[in-house]
Design a protein around this ligand. Structure first.
Ligand SMILES: *Cc1c(COP(=O)(O)O)cnc(C)c1O
Length: 402
């Protein structure tokens, strides 16, 4: 085992189980380890690196801002935060945005926002606000958020959890209708469930959710932290169904692959329930993050990353579908957010991720049975083809029988 890995294992809390590779350099869709070996990044840090590693425009924005001003806190104004928020609001068509850092913080922000809206605007009795979430959701790791989770490992040992959350099956519109009560303030949903294993809901589901929520004066919160910013072939995954959520949560790729940047967007009728002192974050919207977030959104548009995700996603999907192997149960996804569900009786996910690593492909399993393929959206056709060749080789090496 490499000495670096040994050291990290010694001094890091063991809340992760990384693959045995030490990465030292990245560029675009490529990564290199400490021995100089090259890998194709088919993981993109769970979509945080949709723009590719060290995207030139984003690195330049970071460096330029770093030479002027980095952090002043929200006790003051900065020129760059105003620009970032205006750009985001106009791009996604919302009145206001609230900047945070990590995805979990933005989700927490959204939960606080809809509760306060529920009491102030919807007039839900004090302490009675209910929020509906979906089974197998992933919205982050804070106590309130894992309180919404149905994954035993995310919850066990971390209770008690806040009350007021209700969980229903994903993709089931009737379950949503049944779960709504007069005290329901919001429904939080991922347009495609990423961590659950790239679960794509039935066509029309989001649209029906939006209609149902509107009819019952329930806010629709779309957690697009992973699906947003071009990943699925549209600027937002909600755009596939023409849905404009009441509350939009962005993160991951919003940081352009260089910093944690997240935000919550909503119209004045909702966002105006927050007044100075209600909520905040020392780092939320700091100047460096604002410069990077702005550059990330501009690159998304200028380089038509959503369109790239459509074309390259089709190429990858088409290539994958030519692989016939009993270990492959299903290949699903949208754009460049693809999952291969495997038969654990033939090979388990972690073993497969290790095999991919040996063949120069970086990916990771989720829930043991799904391998995710979600490269940076800037990846070239050649690298997609190279990755496909490696994937074919890996499957050819796996014995057809358990
Ligand atoms: C990654 C993710 C989060 C949490 O983001 P962090 O930055 O890890 O806190 C929340 N929701 C979804 C859908 C995610 O994929």
């Amino acid at each position: 085992m490499s000495t670096t890995i040994k050291k990290e294992m010694q001094f890091s809390a063991h809340n992760y189980n990384p693959l045995p590779v030490v990465l030292v350099k990245g560029e675009g869709a490529l990564l290199w380890d400490e021995k100089g070996r090259e890998y194709i990044d088919m993981m993109s840090a769970y979509s945080a690196v949709s723009h590719g590693h060290r995207h030139p425009k984003i690195v330049k924005a970071l460096e330029t801002q770093l030479a002027r001003l980095a952090i002043v806190s929200r006790s003051y104004h900065t020129d760059v935060l105003a620009e970032f928020l205006q750009y985001a609001c106009e791009l996604f068509e919302y009145d206001k945005a609230l900047p945070m850092n990590t995805g979990a913080e933005a989700v927490e922000t959204a939960l606080k926002l809809v509760r306060k809206w529920g009491y102030q605007v919807k007039k839900v009795p004090e302490g009675k606000a209910e929020i509906i979430a979906c089974r197998n959701n992933f919205h982050g790791r804070t106590i309130a958020i894992v309180g919404m989770s149905t994954e035993p490992q995310y919850r066990e040992g971390f209770g008690p959890f806040p009350a007021g959350f209700n969980v229903i099956p994903y993709g089931d519109i009737e379950a949503l209708e049944k779960a709504i009560t007069p005290n329901t303030v919001a429904f939080i949903v991922e347009p495609i469930q990423g961590e659950a294993g790239i679960m794509v809901p039935p066509i029309g589901y989001l649209k029906e959710c939006a209609t149902l929520c509107q009819r019952h004066n329930v806010l629709l919160i779309a957690d697009e932290i992973q699906t947003g910013l071009g990943r699925t072939g549209q600027r937002l995954a909600c755009d596939h169904e023409g849905v404009h959520p009441d509350v939009l949560v962005l993160g991951k790729a919003l940081g352009g692959g260089v910093l944690p940047v997240s935000m919550v967007l909503a119209n004045d009728a909702i966002m105006s329930v927050l007044t100075p002192g209600d909520h905040g974050s020392t780092f939320g919207g700091y100047a460096l993050a604002a410069a990077v977030g702005l550059a990330a959104l501009q690159s998304l548009e200028e380089e038509q990353l959503s369109e790239r995700a459509v074309v390259l996603g089709e190429r990858l999907m088409k290539g994958l579908k030519t692989i016939s192997h009993p270990a492959i149960k299903e290949i699903r996804g949208k754009g460049l957010m693809i999952g291969i569900e495997i038969d654990p009786a033939i090979i388990d996910g972690h073993a497969l991720a290790l095999k991919f690593l040996q063949h120069g492909i970086l990916t990771k399993e989720t829930h043991q049975v799904v391998i995710r393929l979600a490269p940076p959206l800037v990846i070239s056709e050649d690298l997609i083809d190279k990755a496909l060749e490696a994937i074919k080789t890996v499957f050819a090496e796996i014995s057809q029988y358990a």
